[in-house]
Design a protein around this ligand. Structure first.
Ligand code: PA5
Length: 442
């Protein structure tokens, strides 16, 4: 499998990492034997081999129908019900997926913010083109996707009539509970299940991520094969043999040294949204009980011209994890220029990826000289197989890392606080006392 991991420099000795063997082993068995905190949300551990094959087939068939009758697929969801599919498209296809010539539908993501301008822009781009909707919500009550679904459901019904609209709505939700599930049963929408034991941020390899991927023409079998191979590879409790566990152990050691921020850096714009997915996975899993590493994402070399200054010379509170892709999706060379006014002819006919590789190496050394530890995850390439594998690498890493921190990595109680305030301020029935109290503070 084409993923490798290494610690650069000598910020931490290998022996210190391997001294965590017993601790890591305890976390490993807590995950695999389902005896740790949040053990009712461990469905993702075996998901790559233990998924509903009948539903998997149904996803492919639904995707084929969407491809046949829709120029656009509107994907509605937020958080774990959005970021996985978004990053899959960028990673496996391209961030320019919608602009590229193709025989699969354009895909627009809505319901991941509360901006009326964003919604209106998508509606304008959609125009009068044929479309379908994939609404994704485990609870079925999340405000952002619920508002967007109202809008696009009404648009579908106006355009096609209720019966045809129902055939163009695909809902990914809980097996039995929730407002959306009730609506699907009543209206006859085709539904796909987010398994009970898989939390939102771990759901990219369920229908949550798989249906939008399939609609975009991604080979789902390759995604699942990559994840299955990663599951096999990262199931070894021996820290010396397990890169994923070494990454989790190193994060823990850096945290103990006061490195409370992790920057996930990449050198490919195709990985920008992977950084967003990573941020949710780690922040929601570890940021609790006033503990946890704060995850941020950086896109290099772009951000070297902005936050690069801080990384080099600011507070020394972070370490960097660099995602480096060995083979770019396509190649290009620096052209020769007879005038050579910019003095770049020393690079003429060199691969741009070669230049990128030297930016990566030079930045890593400069940042380490500035006191920033660097971890490197090297990927052979960005395809469906490596996407599945990398997703699993990070999911397993956060499980071990969260257990090392002694938190429940599989709940997210903190995300409720803003929702309660928002509902109160919006005047939702039942929140009257809170509304008065909050308004007095504003
Ligand atoms: O990871 C999570 O659980 C959250 O990010 C949820 O996925 C997000 O809040 C969306 O929730 P739902 O799918 O219930 O609409």
């Amino acid at each position: 499998m084409g993923i490798s991991f290494s610690l650069k420099g000598d910020f931490i000795k290998k022996d210190e990492v391997f001294a965590l063997q017993k601790e890591v082993e305890r976390c490993h068995y807590a995950l695999h034997e389902k005896t740790g905190k949040g053990n009712d949300f461990l469905g993702w551990v075996d998901l790559p081999v233990n998924y509903d094959k009948e539903e998997f087939d149904r996803i492919k068939k639904a995707a084929a129908r969407i491809q046949a009758n829709s120029e656009v697929l509107i994907v509605i969801g937020i958080g774990g019900s959005y970021l996985g599919a978004r990053t899959a498209l960028d990673f496996i296809k391209t961030p320019f997926y919608n602009e590229r010539k193709k025989d699969t539908p354009d895909i627009y993501f809505v319901g991941n913010n509360i901006s009326s301008a964003y919604l209106n822009d998508v509606l304008a781009i959609l125009g009068d083109r044929d479309f379908s909707v994939n609404v994704i919500s485990k609870s079925g009550t999340t405000t952002e996707p619920a508002i967007a679904f109202r809008i696009f459901k009404q648009l579908l019904e106006k355009k096609y009539g209720k019966a045809e609209a129902a055939k163009r709505i695909f809902a990914t939700t809980d097996r039995a509970k929730g407002a959306l599930k009730g609506m699907c049963d009543r209206e006859g929408y085709e539904t796909f299940v987010i398994p009970d034991d898989v939390g939102g941020r771990f759901s990219v390899l369920t229908p949550v991520g798989l249906l939008p991927m399939a609609a975009a023409g991604v080979e789902l079998d390759a995604v699942m094969q990559g994840a299955a191979d990663a599951r096999e590879k990262y199931s070894n409790p021996d820290l010396k043999e397990n890169d994923c566990y070494q990454y989790a152990a190193l994060r823990h050691l850096f945290y103990q040294q006061g490195k409370t921020v992790e920057i996930l850096a990449n050198y490919e714009p195709h990985l920008t949204s992977f950084g967003e997915w990573f941020k949710q996975l780690f922040a929601e899993s570890e940021g609790k009980e006033h503990k946890g590493i704060f995850p941020v994402a950086a896109n290099f070399s772009t951000d070297l011209h902005s936050i690069g200054q801080y990384i080099q010379d600011g507070l020394r509170c972070f370490f960097e994890t660099v995602l480096w892709v060995k083979t770019p999706k396509s190649a290009a060379v620096v052209p020769f220029d007879a005038q050579d006014e910019d003095g770049l002819n020393f690079l003429a006919e060199k691969e741009i990826h070669f230049v990128n590789s030297k930016a990566f190496a030079g930045t890593m050394l400069a940042h380490m000289d500035g006191g920033v530890p660097n971890l490197v995850i090297e990927l052979d390439k960005m395809d469906a197989y490596h996407f599945g594998a990398l997703v699993y690498f990070f999911e397993k890493a956060v499980g071990i890392s969260g257990y090392l921190l002694d938190v429940n990595p599989f709940d997210q109680p903190g995300v409720e606080a803003y929702k309660k305030n928002m509902f109160a301020l919006l005047g939702k029935p039942g929140y009257e006392d809170r509304k008065a109290e909050l308004e007095a503070r504003l």
